[in-house]
Write a protein that binds this ligand. Structure first.
Ligand SMILES: NC(=O)c1ccc[n+]([C@@H]2O[C@H](COP(=O)([O-])OP(=O)(O)OC[C@H]3O[C@@H](n4cnc5c(N)ncnc54)[C@H](O)[C@@H]3O)[C@@H](O)[C@H]2O)c1
Ligand SMILES: O=C(O)C(=O)C[C@@H](O)[C@H](O)[C@H](O)COP(=O)(O)O
Ligand SMILES: [Zn+2]
Length: 367
């Protein structure tokens, strides 16, 4: 087992990474506030892993809340189910909420923990690659609004993140690829050497080699912990974790939550950010193509949805959380391995990524 730390003073916490950690009662019990535990999971993950987690919580007074599965349920109505479960089981302020599932469960359970009786402890037990490398770490919690992704939420850190890599064995291939979009993000924004490693190890990751995946998870979590440790509430540096997200969130909102997976939308958004960075002359077209190839190698889309116009993008991007005083700010690449937040926005690059020429370029790279 590897242990990393998210260093946030009195809010610091460990990230444990290893196979079969769901069967480690010691890890869970070390981080419980009291005897009461509320497991929040969903209808897909519960039949797979709930029993295993319950066994590790033997001796605790456990309530279980099983949410409907899917990004389309990341809303007020589903959040209310968590409060219903906590209240009807009479959980008090010393309960610990345990989020067992992907990023949707983690974001909602964390937000519920931040709100229930004005804040109770919570533990993240992420079960998708995306949630293991990204959403379980850093304390961004929340729900979607019909007009924008993650628009209602709170910064609220967990007590611990317990990553059992063995659960990835049941993850569908499409979800594995979605997680790889966020993994590739770390290479592009702050760890150029990681990109070489990813190019070499992509086949092993796609074949679900758990040893190699554990290495990717560890390097990704280390990058995220570094950034969050330096800027917990996104007053500056942390925004680099949003590479591809301004476009990605526009895709998710426009297409309807869940139609494009978050990781797929981020992949297409990252491709758009690569194109813009190249048009500004910050990265070369060779570097842009290398990024696009890696996304393609991971089985991810790099072309935005055909039905979306530049105006559709602009409309959704106007409500991005990085907009300040009405001015759009984007995360682009100053060079490979270094991201910046900029208000430079080459509008023609937006049109270019929606053009037939761009689709032809991608088709050539995919050969
Ligand atoms: N808080 C953050 O910092 C942060 C970071 C990145 C993404 N997010 C959010 O995370 C969400 C996406 O998370 P996600 O990609 O994990 O999606 P998800 O939570 O919808 O999970 C994807 C699918 O995999 C299923 N699943 C989960 N674990 C499984 C397993 N081990 N075996 C089989 N099936 C399993 C789920 O039930 C679901 O159907 C988005 O809402 C996004 O906004 C948040
Ligand atoms: O942790 C962060 O900070 C991120 O930006 C990570 C992103 O991968 C994640 O999708 C996040 O939820 C996006 O944040 P938002 O503030 O733009 O909603
Ligand atoms: Zn993301």
């Amino acid at each position: 087992m590897q242990t990393l730390t998210v260093d946030l003073g009195e809010r610091s916490y460990p990230i444990y990474i290893g196979a079969e950690l769901l069967a480690r009662p010691d890890l869970f019990k070390k981080h419980l506030a009291g005897r009461q535990v509320a497991i929040v999971t969903n209808s897909t993950v519960a039949p797979l892993y709930l029993e295993r987690l319950m066994a590790s919580l033997e001796g605790c007074e456990v309530a279980t809340v099983v949410l409907p599965d899917g990004e389309s349920h990341k809303n007020w109505e589903t959040l209310q189910l968590i409060f219903d479960g906590l209240l009807s089981a009479r959980h008090d302020r010393r309960t610990t909420v345990v989020a067992l599932g992907g990023g949707v469960v983690g974001d909602m359970a964390g937000f519920a923990a931040a709100c229930y009786q004005r804040g109770v402890d919570f533990i993240q037990v992420p079960t998708t690659l995306l949630s293991q490398v990204d959403s379980s770490v850093g304390g961004k919690t929340g729900i979607n609004h019909p007009l924008g992704k993650n628009m209602v939420g709170a910064f609220y850190q967990p007590q611990a993140v317990i990553i059992d890599t063995a659960v990835l064995k049941t993850l569908p291939a499409r979800e594995l690829s979605a997680g790889l979009a966020e993994v590739i993000k770390y290479g592009l924004i702050c760890d150029a050497g990681f990109l070489d490693w990813l190019e070499q190890n992509m086949p092993a990751m796609l074949a679900l080699d758990l040893t190699v995946l554990a290495q990717a998870i560890e390097r990704s979590c280390a990058a995220k912990a570094r950034v969050v440790g330096a800027d917990e509430r996104e007053s500056g540096l942390r925004a680099i974790l949003n590479l591809g997200h301004t476009f990605g969130h526009a895709i998710e909102t426009h297409m309807g939550y869940g139609v494009w997976l978050h990781g797929e939308a981020v992949a297409a958004g990252t491709a758009m950010a690569l194109e813009m960075s190249a048009r500004l002359g910050w990265i070369s077209t060779v570097e842009r193509d290398r990024g696009l190839r890696l996304l393609l190698q991971a089985g991810l889309p790099v072309i935005p949805p055909a039905e979306m116009t530049p105006e559709d993008f602009l409309e959704h991007m106007a409500v991005d959380k990085k907009v300040l005083d009405g001015r759009l700010r984007l995360v682009l690449l100053k060079r490979v391995g270094e991201a910046v937040v900029t208000d430079e926005f080459p509008r023609e690059a937006l049109d270019a990524t929606l053009s037939a020429d761009y689709r032809a370029l991608v088709a050539k790279l995919a050969e």
